[in-house]
Design a protein around this ligand. Structure first.
Ligand code: ADP
Ligand code: MG
Length: 606
């Protein structure tokens, strides 16, 4: 129940809707409670007339029938008005909860995403929010008027004969006792089911997203089996869960019927004894009939409440995670819609980036980087060389503030990342990775991803610099060509040049190139390399390259060994030092098979 009140609390701005729904419910129950009284009045009038004890005009009966009609019409109207408000409210609630979930996810630090399947995060959004809002919707459409009706029935029948009220009240403690016995077990099973379904949906999304890999490795059947198994597991879980639930429901409903047996018996006996008039009897029978439906639906209400409670747990699990307070640009009041890169204060040749005694390891794992000390000057080009898996990309992630160092600090233009606005820090850094990661949409939209307000001229200028203008204009729709699923299929080199144009337009003073050409063939690589040269103009560049010739043209090389900096120096210095770089050069020059293998360890080709 706590989680339901939390949901309502989290959406308290919907209070006018809550109020409207409660008002409609009150009117509905008042109107429908009038009906038995009218029928009872009519019955007594007819009986008295037949007994000859009262002279009756037909007019009274007509008036009573008209009153009955009016009461029913009011109830129809208020029910539907309440239903309308309930629909709107639940959709608003769904919107609020979904937007908050998305906002939360976008502000969570990267380690959360390392530990969760993308599809699972998506499936959870759909399932838990849908269950919660569905519950709130059905509740608001039925529950409140059911409660009001039940309470009124208990009060009215007690006024006629108190044992009736007592019997009715007795239903509830027994009912809730039986329900609480089922509820905790039921929720555990429901949680297990949800977990399996979320996992299956997560994998599903992944497989559809990478359908080429699945097909080319011929793994359709295995993926299908895995999916089937996860879903089949939910069948046996449901069987256990449902068997348990329904046997408890048999107990509940049998008890309920026993009580009603007693109630009807009392009413008939009292009428026989002459304590109730026929009209009273008709009234009480109708009132009880009105109470049967709500009490019967208690099990169903409990059922969907449990579903919503279990669903909302997953939701709040995510909502309770700690956002990175430095990454909350989207939730901050008055934050500019798009952050412009801050002006750099360091002048040419002064220190711009600094790693100081930085050690880092991923969640629950050993350190990948140990005590990295490095200072990069503004305008410098610096290359990183080290074995594959040696921590080069990790070092770049630390610079972007995607992860926090375990010890030590990373400073960009004098700002310690640990205490800085990450949106600001990241606005200073442009990136090109091995995987261009474009979005669906037009080419122009992709190029202007970091600068959505850029003019067409600026976009074209960036594309020209990125050596991409020529191939873009060859497409029928030029810059408005759609790429991705239902659009153009671009080659790796073309995508990469669009990614470079995107970085050029972002115009950040610091540049990270992480194996930007390593996924390309030699011809595409040449075109992309030209674009990269243009991009690096006037920027401080940190380069992880897979070609020795690229590395040879930088100002300084940093070699990493066992997570530590081994050497730092100009290409000439390191070529002569006998370290890793010298070794690689030598291997390249001497030729042979073992060399190719050795170079491979470094993701480097000659
Ligand atoms: P490089 O770029 O030099 O090839 P990385 O920085 O990508 O190396 O990886 C360094 C080490 O950290 C590797 O052992 C890798 O398995 C590990 N690693 C990389 N990314 C993650 C991650 N998100 N979670 C856990 N471990 C990771
Ligand atoms: Mg890497």
């Amino acid at each position: 129940m706590k989680s339901i009140t939390r949901i309502i609390g989290a959406t308290r701005e919907l209070w006018p809707f809550f109020l409207g729904i409660v008002l409609c419910a009150v009117l509905t129950s008042a109107a429908s409670l009038l009906a038995p009284f009218i029928i009872s009045g009519a019955t007594d009038t007819v009986v008295n007339h037949l007994k000859g004890s009262a002279p009756t005009t037909g007019a009274i009966i007509v008036w009573l029938a008209a009153a009955y009609l009016a009461a029913q019409l009011v109830s129809v109207l208020t029910t539907n008005l309440g239903g309308y408000l309930g629909d709107i409210m639940s959709q608003r609630m769904r919107t609020i909860l979904s937007v908050r979930y998305y906002e939360k996810l976008l502000s969570l630090p990267l380690p959360y995403f390392d530990s969760e399947l993308t599809g699972t995060i998506i499936a959870r959004l759909n399932r838990s929010i849908a269950e919660v809002t569905q519950f709130v919707k059905t509740m608001s459409n039925t529950f409140i008027s059911l409660v009001l009706t039940t309470v009124s029935v208990i009060v009215i029948s007690s006024l006629y004969y108190w044992p009736l009220g007592l019997l009715l009240i007795l239903i509830f403690p027994v009912y809730f006792w039986l329900t609480s016995k089922t509820s905790s077990k039921w929720q555990v099973w429901e949680g297990q089911k949800n977990q399996k379904i979320d996992l299956a949906s997560g994998r599903f999304a992944e497989v559809i997203g990478q359908i080429r890999v699945v097909k080319s490795f011929g793994q359709e059947e295995r993926e299908l089996t895995r999916f089937k198994t996860l879903f089949s597991d939910t069948i046996s879980l449901t069987a256990t869960q449902s068997r348990f639930w329904h046997s408890m429901d048999v107990a509940r409903l049998s008890f309920l019927n026993l009580i009603f047996f007693g109630l009807y018996l009392l009413i008939f006996l009292r009428t026989l004894a002459g304590d109730f008039s026929i009209g009273d009897m008709v009234l009480l029978i109708q009132l009880l009939a009105m109470a049967v439906a709500p009490i019967n639906s208690l099990s169903w209400i409990v059922d969907s409440a449990q579903r919503a409670i279990t669903g909302s747990k997953d939701y709040f699990d995510v909502m309770e995670r700690e956002s990175d307070p430095r990454a909350l640009a989207i939730t901050r009041e008055g934050a500019p819609e798009y952050t412009q890169p801050a002006a750099i204060t360091a002048s040419e040749g002064q220190e711009l980036v600094r790693f100081e005694e930085v050690s880092f390891g991923y969640d629950g794992e050993e350190d990948v980087l140990h005590k990295i000390d490095l200072s990069v000057k503004r305008g410098e080009r610096i290359a990183f060389v080290g074995e594959s898996g040696g921590g080069k990309s990790t070092l770049m992630s630390l610079l972007e503030g995607l992860y926090d160092p375990r010890t030590g600090s990373v400073t960009v233009d004098g700002m310690d990342i640990a205490g800085s606005d990450l949106t600001q820090v990241r606005s200073l850094i442009g990136m090109v990775f091995q995987d261009p990661s474009l979005f669906s949409g037009t080419i122009a939209e992709n190029i202007s991803y970091a600068q959505p307000q850029a003019s067409r001229e600026q976009i074209i200028e960036a594309a020209i610099k990125a050596n991409a203008h020529e191939f873009i204009t060859k497409f029928a729709d030029g810059y408005d060509s759609l790429i991705g699923e239902r659009g153009l299929k671009l080659s790796g080199g073309q995508k990469q040049r669009i990614a470079i144009a995107r970085a050029i337009l972002k115009d950040a003073p610091i540049l990270i190139l992480d194996e930007a050409t390593s996924a390309l063939d030699t011809k595409a690589e040449r075109a992309v390399q030209k674009a990269l040269e243009e991009l690096m103009q006037g920027r401080t560049s940190l380069i992880i390259a897979h070609r020795l010739s690229t590395i040879a043209r930088v100002d300084r090389i940093v070699t990493l060994k066992n997570g530590q900096i081994d050497e730092i120096g100009s290409p000439d210095q390191l070529a002569a030092s006998g370290g890793i770089y010298a070794e690689l050069l030598e291997l390249q020059n001497s030729g042979g098979k073992t060399i190719a293998k050795k170079l491979k360890n470094f993701d480097i080709i000659g």
